[in-house]
Design a binder for this molecule. Structure first.
Ligand code: NOJ
Ligand code: CA
Length: 557
């Protein structure tokens, strides 16, 4: 039997079917196209794919406005294509999770159409209606760019309906047991196809209660535990990953006692990684772990640098938020909602050293890493596209027409491919990077492979060393007697650091990528020098091995 805790060692890869590869030449990515690229993903070494919503949808929120939960949008293919894709992914040792959009539907969903048609309709109670827009006033507005209220008047229903996101996304009413059951059945439908789990969208908002902020309510946790129970009873080995953009203390309950979510994104850590490198200071990163409570053994954090949304600053307030905007989005065109809609490489000025450094942090801090499609080759963005579309452009496979994404007329693409002189598909693409042994792509592949060799990355305990030089972040991961020492120079200048490695006296740091042995650890401070944005991954080996001389030198003639 496979290990039910497989997700602790997994390397995730997030992609949109629409954006990955167009198999039938209509300008929109599809499952047939994705199947053709599974060999690439296997070669890269990622072990679990997260697919963004691919259900029928008016696409006013890129598929997070679902109009039918148990079907595939025709542009992306058929259910058969999906099944074939899943089989092919499984054959290559990759698992697949997809979005489960629990909180709301599209206003085009037949449930909503029926619900609004009459107060007597059987589906009326699937949604949250009111005669006034004054209820639940303490709930914040999440999409402050576009929404003025969480209530919208529906002239057909002659009532207000509740929505935490866009006004075309009415919230489902989880006080209704029939709806609760309907969502469980939807889950089963996909799990019965062989799916390995769900990334559950917007979970803090399932219930509303007067006088509260309508987030993280006990009723919400109780329902989520029911979902988990269904998984444990009928679908062992499948996982639930929570999207709860909250402070760690508020995310902690989503793990329950190991009986709610298997995984949750660590949202507040993400901007602190960018802050840490920009301010050349380990404190923002280490402090975030001080604020992160322990989680049950059968649970795991999910760490990420970028995703399909803006780099959210909801978990940064005051000076930190101002600094992030100042450092990473001086041009207002780069800002969306409370955040920055840019990809990893442009955020880091396309500085290969910083890109490697930040990837190294998400690969070595506690949790499983997620790579956003295209970031493994340093793809760029297009801040002129509306909403968050600037980071959702076609994957760049080669220097061919449309970056090898589609054979169609470029004007027919679902979004224009990036074509500028730095990040455009002519220069930045998979084919050219596969041919260049020192490309970012090869580096990512190598780091993924190294990470997979060391279970301590996914499962080990964490200790920060807190050196006096606050430009150098140093941490230890320990698992089953294996000790890893990770040292990162967050600064753009060379640094020297003294580490107190006394407890590991007698061990020998062996650098994991090149295999070089470093001086044995003693009671004295361990001095390391690091290049600008340089870092080391060390295995602290138990005892000095044999000396490394070979050949005839030193032998008795
Ligand atoms: C979170 C998703 O990541 C985002 O893309 C979407 O707009 C909202 N949830 C609403 O579903
Ligand atoms: Ca297509």
């Amino acid at each position: 039997m496979t290990d039910p805790l497989w997700f602790k060692d997994a390397v995730f890869y997030e992609l949109h079917v629409k954006a990955f590869h167009d198999g039938n030449g209509d300008g929109i990515g599809d499952f047939r196209g994705l199947i053709e690229k599974l060999d690439y993903l296997e070669w890269l070494g990622v072990t679990c794919l997260w697919l963004l919503p691919f259900f029928p949808s008016p696409l006013r929120d890129d598929g997070y406005d679902v109009a039918n939960y148990v079907s595939i949008a025709p542009d992306y293919g058929s259910l058969e294509d999906f099944r074939e894709f899943l089989d092919e992914a499984h054959k290559r040792g990759m698992r697949v999770i997809v979005d489960l959009v629990l909180n709301h539907t599209s206003d085009q969903h037949p449930w909503f159409q029926e619900a609004r048609s009459s107060p007597q309709s059987a589906k009326r109670d699937y949604y949250v209606w009111s005669d006034t827009d004054k209820r639940y006033q303490k709930a914040r507005i999440i999409f402050i760019d576009t929404e003025k209220s969480n209530w919208t008047w529906d002239p057909v229903a002659q009532a207000y309906y509740w929505h935490r996101f866009f006004s075309h996304q009415p919230d489902l009413n989880y006080d209704n047991p029939v709806l609760q059951q309907a969502m469980l059945d939807i889950m089963s439908f996909w799990l019965d196809q062989g799916l390995d789990g769900f990334r559950c969208d917007a979970v803090p908002y399932l219930f509303e209660r007067e006088g509260t902020i309508c987030e993280n309510l006990p009723e919400t946790h109780a329902y989520l535990k029911k979902i988990r129970k269904r998984i444990d009873e009928a679908y062992q080995g499948r996982i639930l990953l929570a999207e709860a953009n909250q402070w760690p203390a508020d995310v902690r309950p989503y793990f329950g006692e190991g009986d709610e979510f298997h995984m949750a994104f660590h949202f507040p850590l993400m901007p602190r990684l960018f802050l840490g490198v920009r301010s050349e200071d380990w404190h923002p990163i280490v402090d975030m772990f001080t604020h992160t409570p322990p989680i049950p053994d059968n649970c795991q954090w999910c760490l990420f640098l970028r995703n399909h949304d803006e780099l959210t600053l909801e978990m940064c307030a005051g000076e930190e938020r101002d600094y992030m905007y100042y450092a990473y989005a001086r041009d207002p065109l780069m800002r969306r909602n409370i955040g920055i809609a840019r990809r990893l490489a442009p955020l880091l000025d396309n500085d290969r050293r910083k890109i490697e450094l930040l990837n190294s942090l998400v690969f070595t801090l506690p949790g499983s890493p997620i790579i956003y499609y295209g970031d493994e080759i340093g793809m760029g963005d297009n801040v002129h596209l509306g909403d968050r579309n600037g980071v959702r452009t076609p994957m760049q496979w080669s220097a061919d027409r449309n970056g090898g994404f589609s054979k169609t007329d470029p004007s027919k693409l679902y979004l224009p491919a990036i074509s500028d002189s730095v990040y455009g598909f002519n220069v930045t693409n998979v084919e050219s990077q596969r041919q260049a042994p020192h490309s970012l792509l090869h580096w990512m592949r190598q780091m993924i492979a190294r990470r997979k060799q060391q279970p301590a990355f996914g499962r080990g305990a964490l200790t920060f060393l807190r050196p006096k030089n606050d430009r150098v972040l140093a941490h230890i991961r320990e698992h089953g007697g294996n000790l890893l020492l990770l040292v990162h120079n967050l600064a753009g200048s060379a640094q020297s650091v003294d580490l107190d490695l006394g407890p590991f006296e007698g061990r020998v740091p062996v650098e994991l990528l090149g295999g070089s042995r470093f001086p044995v650890i003693s009671k004295r401070p361990y001095v390391l020098s690091l290049a600008p944005y340089g870092f080391y991954w060390f295995n602290l080996e138990q005892k000095p091995g044999d000396d490394l001389s070979y050949g005839m030198e030193g032998s008795v003639l």
